[in-house]
Design a protein around this ligand. Structure first.
Ligand SMILES: [Zn+2]
Ligand SMILES: [Zn+2]
Length: 129
């Protein structure tokens, strides 16, 4: 998926900052909060990051989700489809799970329209403690 096409497809101008934010979300190996996104950008003010994310949300380019504790909002690229996470109980780090293990699950006399799945455990760092 081309970053520039995502922007033009949504009717947004292609700017360096917007492309940089989308690139960041595309390459993320875990769901990112606005604060994490800000920390990973260069030469971008916090307010620009937040404003741009709002714009993306409005256009449906990114989705915003709440995971676990409910006090943190995470942003993801909408075109990546749904994804699952493994969450560390020690440091609350999250990782994407590459596969969807229940994608093909069938329930008799029932039409499945969606699902949620979170794995819990400990990352290498926390497991070593
Ligand atoms: Zn951990
Ligand atoms: Zn799934």
């Amino acid at each position: 998926m081309n970053i520039g096409e995502i922007l033009t497809g949504a009717g947004l101008k292609r700017t360096k900052q917007r492309e940089a934010l989308l690139e960041l979300l595309k390459n993320a190996d875990k769901p990112m909060t606005a604060e994490m996104i800000y920390e990973n950008t260069k030469n971008m003010s916090r307010s620009t990051v937040y404003r741009t994310l709002e714009k993306f949300l409005e256009k449906g380019i990114v989705t915003r989700g709440v995971v676990q504790d409910g006090d943190k909002l995470y942003y993801e690229l909408a075109c990546m489809g749904h994804r699952h996470y493994a969450i560390c109980l020690g440091c609350h780090e999250m990782r994407y799970i590459d596969v969807c293990p229940i994608h093909d699950a069938k329930v008799s006399n029932f039409t499945v329209t969606g699902h949620k799945l979170e794995l819990y455990g400990y990352c290498d760092k926390c497991a070593a403690k």
